[in-house]
Design a protein around this ligand. Structure first.
Ligand code: ZN
Length: 234
């Protein structure tokens, strides 16, 4: 069963351990519209399904668009850093075709309309701007599109654009209690805290230990730590 939305796809996934769960794969990652995706990327959980039953990870091999409007980063990302040279060439060729089509489309919009008045649609793509395989400028206002191979390269680039307080922070809560009640209680407390602080959680439910990782910006995690201390004092 699958459910398709413009930016992401949700589908059922069966882990090798037998557990089944839903995974969300993003084809467009716009961190300006969905800031939590920035922290999924930095935590290594963007387009990665983590099995809550055994901890196994399954990464999506699907390319995606990464867009950070505020920091001026617009990239086409292929998750495979070791893509063979011929496949890279083929991909760049395809992107060039897509780009040319977009330019042609934009130039059609630029033509005066039949009524003799100029079309009021502002052309967004201009052919005259220079571009090459790796760097394409789509409009004077938009940042150039970069082509990135490998999640690690994307992570390093994104990290370099962040202020110290915006970088990834995390809090790890865990219990060695094997009872379901204790574990459920920890999960619900962590979920509530994470929601209040606009952070995300990742759960590792292993027989020996139950771990909840809360992650988000360092600034948010600091707020959360303060809240945890207050709970501890009560
Ligand atoms: Zn599993």
């Amino acid at each position: 069963m699958s459910n398709i939305t413009p930016r992401s796809t949700v589908r059922a996934f069966q882990c090798a351990c037998g557990a089944s769960f839903e995974i969300t794969t993003y084809s467009t990652v716009n961190v300006t519209l969905e800031p939590e995706l920035l922290y999924r990327l930095l935590a290594g959980t963007l387009n990665v399904a983590v099995c809550a039953n055994c901890g196994r990870k399954a990464a999506s091999a699907q390319p995606f668009i990464y867009h950070d409007m505020a920091r001026g980063l617009f990239a086409y990302v292929h998750p495979d850093a070791n893509l063979p040279e011929d496949e890279r060439e083929e991909l760049l060729e395809h992107l060039r075709d897509v780009y040319d089509q977009a330019v042609a489309e934009s130039e059609r919009l630029e033509q005066p309309s039949a009524g003799g008045r100029h079309n009021s649609v502002e052309p967004r793509i201009r052919r005259r701007l220079p571009y090459d395989d790796a760097l394409k400028r789509i409009s004077p206002d938009a940042p150039p599109m970069q082509v990135i191979f490998g999640m690690e390269d994307l992570m390093a680039l994104v990290e370099s654009l962040l202020d110290p307080e915006e970088k990834l922070g995390r809090v790890v809560l865990s219990t060695q209690a094997s009872g379901a009640r204790e574990r459920t209680r920890l999960a619900s407390v962590a979920t509530r805290l994470a929601e209040q602080a606009h952070c995300l959680i990742e759960i590792e439910d292993l027989p020996a230990e139950y771990t909840v990782i809360i992650y988000g910006s360092r600034a948010r995690i600091r707020q959360l730590n303060t809240a945890l201390k207050l709970i501890g004092q009560r």
